[in-house]
Ligand binder design. Structure first.
Ligand code: BV8
Length: 248
């Protein structure tokens, strides 16, 4: 892949990189996206499964849906895209701000991550908020109850209509305000307030680089759009950085 001179110069002098990632970065790990051809939301209604109302109406169905997704995540591995972002920490101050709940950036070795929509591997009691993380992945049981207070256990993810965890969102915002380059990787850019992060980076003067198999809502903000699969593009980005760092 040929990178433009303008982009190479940005890489040469950058100190802080921000990677804003969505479901597309995990597609090559075998985890379905939400709005693509095989997207989850094509088969199910988000408000029925990824909302507190949906959960309270059908706690067992929603719980089993998350158990199913946890199993897929458990059986998946970080791909070359996640791994390249982690390795770029050898050359830059790298922050990952992700919409994903699959924990693959952490498993790839990234050390500074803000999870805007939570983490599917964590659960908590909706009443007393006690953490509940000993679900047996293959257990096809119904929705478990809290051992402390008997309340329902829910996945520690942000559902539609719910606030994002303040510490995660403000962490992502401060990174957006101070990054030299903001990569927008594998996201349709449709879900707010998460999608404000690259917009705030742009307003703060960051160089915006989109990596996606298609053009999206974010393309109009991008200074460069690399159309293709994120695993291969991020691998080539890492190789280019190594070339630059070897000659400077
Ligand atoms: C909030 C966690 C307010 C759960 C998710 C009506 C009622 C209530 C709220 C709203 C409403 N209308 C609008 C809203 C706001 C709503 C919203 O933005 N809705 C959208 C759909 C219009 N947002 C919210 O509800 C948020 N909360 O607003 O609260 C509030 C305020 C005050 C007080 C109280 C409340 C909460 C939103 C979070 C929802 N939770 N996930 C779970 O995962 O189970 S969102 C869900 O979509 C996923 O988490 C995902 O991360 C997110 C974004 O999707 P993407 O990651 O972009 O994935 P997508 O499939 O869309 O795109 C994939 C991209 O990858 C594509 O572009 C594709 O081309 C590309 N791709 C594919 N393969 C590859 C690739 N690219 C590169 N390489 C490849 N190989």
């Amino acid at each position: 892949m040929e990178f433009s001179t303008k982009f190479i110069n940005k890489l040469k002098y950058a100190k802080k990189l921000l990677f804003f990632t969505g479901a597309g970065i995990s597609a090559e790990s075998g985890i379905s996206t939400f709005r693509g051809v095989d997207g989850i939301w094509n088969k199910m209604k988000p408000e029925e499964l990824a909302s507190i109302d949906g959960f309270m109406k059908n706690p067992d169905i929603v719980w089993q849906w998350y158990q199913h997704r946890r199993q897929i995540v458990h059986d998946s591995k970080p791909n070359a895209g996640h791994l390249s972002i982690a390795e770029l920490e050898n050359y830059y101050d790298v922050t990952v701000v992700t919409e994903n709940v699959d924990n693959l950036h952490r498993r790839a070795g990234s050390s500074k991550i803000f999870e805007l929509h939570g983490n599917i591997e964590r659960n908590y009691c909706i009443d007393c908020k006690a953490p509940f993380n000993d679900t047996k992945l293959n257990e096809e049981s119904g929705n478990p109850k809290c051992k402390e207070c008997g309340g329902r256990i829910r996945p520690d993810v942000v559902w539609f209509g719910e606030m994002l965890p303040q510490d995660q969102f403000s962490g992502g915002q401060s990174s957006a305000e101070s990054s030299d380059i903001c990569f927008v990787v594998g996201t349709s850019g449709l879900v707010y307030p998460a999608a404000y992060i690259p917009i705030e980076a742009k307003q703060a003067g960051a160089f915006i680089v989109e990596i996606n198999i298609d053009y999206t809502e974010m393309s109009r903000f991008a200074d460069e759009s690399f159309i293709g699969k994120s695993a291969s593009i991020l691998t080539e980005l890492l190789a280019e950085v190594k070339r630059i760092k070897a000659t400077t």
